[in-house]
Structures are given as C-alpha cells and as structure tokens.
Design a protein around this ligand. Structure first.
Ligand code: URA
Length: 232
C-alpha cells in the first residue's frame, strides 16, 4: 500500500498532513528516509514518523463503557465512535445499544468476527442490569426461561434474576431491537435504567463510564474461539 495510506490508516494524521510530513523528510521505512508518499510499503515494514514507530495492525478491538446519550448508528450526532478518537475510521460497534443504555460495547473493524458475535446461533451471552418502574412479577422468571413471544419473534430462553423487586439481571443470547425493554414491557414493567454488564466473558472492570480499552490478544482469541460454530 502507499506510504501515506499506511500512516493515515494508523490515524497518524490526515492524508494531506502526512504527504507534507513525508515530503519534509519526517518519515523512514526500514531505516531509510522516504520523501515519496507513493512509496509502496508492506504491513511488516518498520515505519517511523517524527522518530516514533508507527506499527501497522489491520484489526482493532475496543471495549467501551458506553454512557447514555450516545448512539451506535452512523446517521446521527454523538456517535459512540466519537468516544474513541484514536480508532481507525472503519471501527464500528458490534451490535447496538440504545441511546439511553449504558454499558459494555465492543467495537471493531473485524467485520467477520463482529458478524459472528451478534449471530444468535453462537449463543454469546450478554448480561444486563435493569431497573424498572414497577415491581417485576416472579412469573417473569419462568416466562423468560421458556422463551417469550414478542410481536415479531419468539425470544430465546433467557435467565432472569430479581435481587430486588424493581431491579433485575437478565442474560440473553441474542440482541433484537429493544429486546430487553420489550421483554420487560411484556411483563408490564417499563425499564427506566439499563446497563450491559457483560458480553461473553468480558466485563466492565477497570473501565469507568465513558472510557475504553483495547482488548488484548488472548481476549480476541477467546472471542474467536467462542464463535467457531458459525460458518456463515
Ligand atoms: N435491549 C434493549 O432494549 N436495549 C439495549 O440497548 C440493549 C438490549
């Protein structure tokens, strides 16, 4: 790929800024100063900008503690991606959380893994904490475990715990539009607060609301392993 593209993809600056810096002699490839933005580089090459090495990585995997008020879609402002300014431009949320929902959101530009993680066929568990307007009926535990009929689909069996009458932990393996809110609505309760606590084995430990971290290699490998069943 072109040298300026390599650097731009690694978020080292805009294409025009980078072209100028390359022309000024601020960039080396494998120890040699290169002043031509068109110079072809490979992912394995050692590239430095202003003396600092810029390593190439094709895929990025982030764990974000999403605050309320941010959307996972691309068509509106206050997008979750704005909370990770250093991310590659092609990094996208894995599935969606509603604007008002807080909690754990994965983001990546590895489309294949993202697709597998959100496929219900892989049974990747997501744990939610919810607070409701009214006491949650005990009958919801069995109803959720059996698989709740919603207007447009039958939810897969889900595990509900009710530690306090208006507080609940719900584990589901799919992520249809407004699913958690709709499941509680079916039981006569409105969800007033919703937070995703866990996505598979990943939780929010050490990541305060609004902050993010990169997943490490072992975590990415484990996520991939848990999706091995899906072939599509
Ligand atoms: N279910 C919902 O209703 N909302 C979310 O944001 C996530 C799951």
């Amino acid at each position: 790929m072109r040298l300026d593209r390599y650097l731009a993809e690694m978020n080292a600056g805009t294409r025009s800024e980078l072209k100028k810096r390359i022309r000024k002699g601020e960039v080396t490839v494998n120890g040699v100063c290169i002043r031509d933005a068109d110079h072809q580089v490979e992912e394995e090459d050692i590239v430095t900008l202003g003396g600092e090495e810029i390593a190439y990585h094709r895929y990025e995997y982030y764990l974000l503690h999403k605050p309320a008020g941010y959307v996972c879609t691309l068509d509106r402002s206050l997008q979750v991606t704005e909370l990770i300014p250093e991310a590659r431009k092609d990094v996208m949320p894995v599935g969606r959380l509603d604007k008002d929902t807080e909690g754990l959101l994965l983001l990546t530009n590895d489309g294949q893994l993202a697709h597998k993680l959100i496929s219900p066929r892989n049974h990747v568990e997501k744990l939610y904490y919810a607070e409701t307007d009214l006491p949650i009926p005990e009958a919801a535990i069995e109803a959720f475990a059996e698989g709740l009929e919603l207007e447009d689909f039958k939810a897969m069996p889900a595990k509900l715990q009710i530690p306090e009458e208006r507080k609940a932990f719900l584990t589901i393996c799919e992520g249809k539009y407004h699913q958690v809110r709709r499941m509680f609505a079916k039981m006569g309760c409105e969800v007033l607060y919703l937070r995703r606590e866990r996505f598979d084995f990943l939780d929010l430990s050490g990541v305060p609301c609004g902050e993010h971290r990169l997943l490490n290699e072992e975590e990415v490998a484990l996520l991939k392993k848990h999706c091995e069943k899906t072939t599509d």
